[in-house]
Design a protein around this ligand. Structure first.
Ligand code: ZN
Length: 625
């Protein structure tokens, strides 16, 4: 076990002290400045920074602010354009304002008649209109519109445009509900005993209904309000941003009635359960053209990189922290629909402030044994895009990078408790952390693999077989919410984290021969950013490659012991179909998993080296391997 280099021997200290009296060389290492840390988090997490969503002007401004700090410290620029390294990210989708619906001689457009649904893509499609009732499938409640309407075949809507009623179907109380007295005669349907929306789960969401129609081949979906339950045209809201890859429009009640009056007269017959009456919804064939004007633009994002020259310039340590966050919410928000600024004080203004304070301490200290690179990543919340971009297009030879220390959410360490992840990725890490934890009075929770293999920017280094550690002060109730504010930032704790990190980096710089060790895979085999297990517990075990732009879901790997691994799927494969669901996007995949249960075997079609292949995947629950 290499000796601790941060505590020079007493004799050496003595010499140093005498030199200090005479020379300018600092005697004791400078201490981290909690006030400065607080000031930086206050600036980064201020509403004025708009939640620093990658690709936005606010994030760009934050990046330039960080670059200015590096410049003021006299550090070398280590980006492609000075301190900056530019890359592109997808911006939240927006309503282009020119959506249209054409049927015969009639054309509808404008926000009073129709708007794109949050799950719409910018696309145009044409096809015959088919009425699909509520397009709901809910087995436990015994409701299936497709079966009732004779549309259950996989291609029942091939090339068609689905016309769907919004909201939840009328449903009599189920026997289990308290209100039901088995002795009582069958109740007539009244507003009082019709249950709406509460126990339907996600089966009545616009997204799920759209996917139910897409799975049967629909090329577009038109949603109409139920005449008895007008909901109004919800403006396009990208925060929900679930892509269906179809044009999907919400029609006003008036537009719906003008388009297909017959369909409304039958709605009243849709009671519990809907009786399959093919002729109940007879209507003249109509071909419609649906144009959904949804813009999904790209915006420039910036990694900000600086370098401090060390004695040995042939190698370097990268200290990283992402400075981007969620902006005004979005699919990653834990406050769905809340469009206020997600300030991201802990996630990750705290790590960015510690990165800047480390840069200040090192810039003022004697030359380190090797170079130190300070990297403020962007695009982390969108799938680790900045750190991945840098490891694909490094501005310093990756072979010279000895190790990475990642700081993501270190703002709640007031009690000096800190988790350190991926500690097994180099042999000396755990011993160093043991000693430094004691020296700095921290209770360190070391996790060799744990979720160490994923979940933040150190993942990009581990994937390149570079030893990496992640400092993390823990998840909390404000995670990914607008309430993650500076008021809850623990500055003294962050100052202590800074000094602990400084000493750890000094160990890394002095080590000189850190060898990568594959960390043990986390228990239960799922990396933090792998596909979540479906609410019904179905586990597939893929690790998707975020940022993949092609059609399908590209695998960055599979979780050990998972159904995906056992079926022979591997990194690089592009999933194209699971069961009878075509996979264009991540959402298709998550939707597909929701259709199957543990114990089901599904055929997964995928592309490998340009060739289409397929495997049978026996789905399980996460626990039972
Ligand atoms: Zn984060």
């Amino acid at each position: 076990m290499p000796t601790l280099r941060t505590a020079p021997s007493v004799a050496f200290l003595f010499v140093l002290a005498s030199v200090a009296c005479t020379s300018t060389a600092p005697s004791a290492p400078a201490v981290a400045d909690a006030e400065r840390l607080l000031a930086d988090v206050t600036w980064l997490a201020d509403d004025a920074q708009g939640g620093r969503r990658a690709g936005t002007d606010e994030a760009r401004r934050a990046g330039e602010w960080i670059a200015e700090r590096f410049r003021a410290l006299g550090l070398e620029p280590a980006g492609e354009d000075g301190f900056l390294q530019r890359f592109e990210v997808g911006l939240p989708a927006t309503d282009g304002g020119d959506s249209r619906l054409v049927c015969g001689d009639s054309t509808w457009s404008g926000a009073t008649h129709l708007v794109p649904a949050y799950c719409s893509d910018g696309a145009t499609a044409k096809g015959e209109l088919v009425f699909c009732g509520y397009a709901v499938e809910h087995e436990p409640l015994g409701w299936n519109d497709f079966t009732s309407l004779g549309l259950s075949a996989n291609d029942a809507l091939a090339g068609k445009v689905a016309l769907v009623v919004r909201g939840a179907p009328p449903k009599r109380p189920t026997p289990t509900r308290a209100t039901h007295d088995p002795a009582a005669p069958a109740q007539t349907e009244t507003a009082a005993n019709v249950v709406r929306g509460d126990d339907w789960g996600t089966s009545t969401s616009l997204f799920t209904k759209t996917m139910n129609c897409k799975r049967r081949g629909a090329v577009a979906v038109l949603f109409v309000e139920h005449p008895a339950h007008p909901e109004g045209l919800t403006p396009f809201d990208s925060s929900a941003a679930k892509q269906s890859s179809l044009p999907v429009l919400l029609l006003s009640g008036e537009t719906g009635r003008a388009l297909a009056p017959e369909c409304f007269t039958v709605l009243e017959r849709f009671v519990d359960p809907p009786t399959p009456t093919g002729d109940a919804v007879a209507y003249p064939a109509r071909t419609v053209e649906v144009h959904a004007d949804v813009e999904r633009k790209k915006g420039p994002a910036f990694n900000v990189l600086a370098r401090l020259a060390g004695r040995d310039r042939s190698r370097g340590i990268v200290i990283g922290a992402h400075y981007d966050h969620l902006g005004h919410g979005g699919p990653e928000s834990m406050a769905p629909g809340d469009r206020s600024v997600h300030n991201g004080a802990d996630d990750n203004a705290s790590g960015t402030a510690v990165l800047l304070e480390l840069a200040r301490l090192f810039a003022r200290a004697p030359r380190p044994d090797c170079d130190i690179v300070f990297a403020a990543w962007s695009g982390e919340e969108l799938g680790l895009l900045g750190s991945k971009h840098w490891t694909e297009q490094p501005t310093i030879e990756l072979a010279r990078v000895e190790a990475n220390l990642n700081l993501d959410m270190v703002g709640r360490a007031g009690a000096k408790k800190l988790a350190v992840l991926a500690t097994a990725s180099a042999a000396p890490f755990e011993a160093w952390l043991g000693e430094l934890g004691r020296k700095h009075g921290f209770e360190l929770q070391l996790s060799s693999g744990g979720n160490g293999v994923g979940g933040s920017d150190h993942q990009a280094f581990l994937e390149r077989k570079i030893p990496a550690l992640h400092f993390f002060s823990g998840v909390h109730a404000d995670y990914h919410k607008p309430s993650d504010d500076v008021e809850r930032f623990e500055a003294a704790g962050a100052a202590a984290v800074t000094e602990l990190a400084r000493d750890l980096v000094l160990e890394m710089t002095a080590a000189g021969d850190l060898v990568y060790v594959e960390p043990p895979k986390p228990e239960g085999g799922e990396a933090a950013r792998a596909t979540p297990t479906r609410s019904n517990g179905t586990w597939f075990g893929s690790v998707p490659e975020y940022g993949f732009e092609g059609k399908g879901v590209k695998l960055a790997g599979t979780s050990p012991g998972s159904p995906a691994e056992k079926s022979g799927l591997k990194a690089g494969d592009v999933l194209k179909q699971v069961g009878d669901v075509k996979i264009d996007t991540m959402q298709d995949f998550v939707y597909a998993l929701g259709l199957y249960k543990p114990g089901d075997t599904v055929v997964a079609k995928f592309e490998r080296d340009g060739k289409e292949e397929s495997v049978r995947v026996l789905l399980t629950t996460r626990a039972k391997q």
